[in-house]
Design a protein around this ligand. Structure first.
Ligand code: ZN
Length: 87
C-alpha cells in the first residue's frame, strides 16, 4: 500500500491520507506443452483505512486516484456515491 499525499481527504470521515492499493490476480493457464503460464492481472483502488470506504477498481494508479478525486467534498451516505463502496 502506498500513502497518498496531496489528494482530497475522505469524503465520509475526513481522514486526510487515503492509501493506494495494488492487487494482483494470478490466472494459471495450461498450454499445449503443459507448461504452466502465469498471467498477471493488476488493478488499483484507493481506500480510507479509517472508515474503510473504497473507490471502484481501476486498471491504473492514475485512474484510481482520479476516481478518488472526482467526487464532491462532503458525503453523508456512501450509497449516494456510485464510485465508492464499503465491504
Ligand atoms: Zn474515511
Amino acid at each position: 500500500m502506498e500513502k497518498l499525499l496531496n489528494v482530497k481527504p475522505c469524503p465520509f470521515c475526513g481522514y486526510a491520507n487515503p492509501f493506494l492499493v495494488k492487487e494482483k490476480d494470478y490466472d494459471a493457464n495450461i498450454h499445449d506443452n503443459e507448461e504452466k503460464v502465469r498471467k498477471a492481472e493488476v488493478w488499483f483502488y484507493v481506500v480510507c483505512l479509517k472508515c474503510k470506504v473504497k473507490t471502484q477498481e481501476e486498471s491504473s494508479r492514475e485512474r484510481a486516484i482520479a476516481r478518488w478525486e472526482q467526487r464532491k467534498e462532503k458525503q453523508n451516505d456512501v450509497h449516494d456515491v456510485a464510485e465508492f463502496y464499503k465491504d
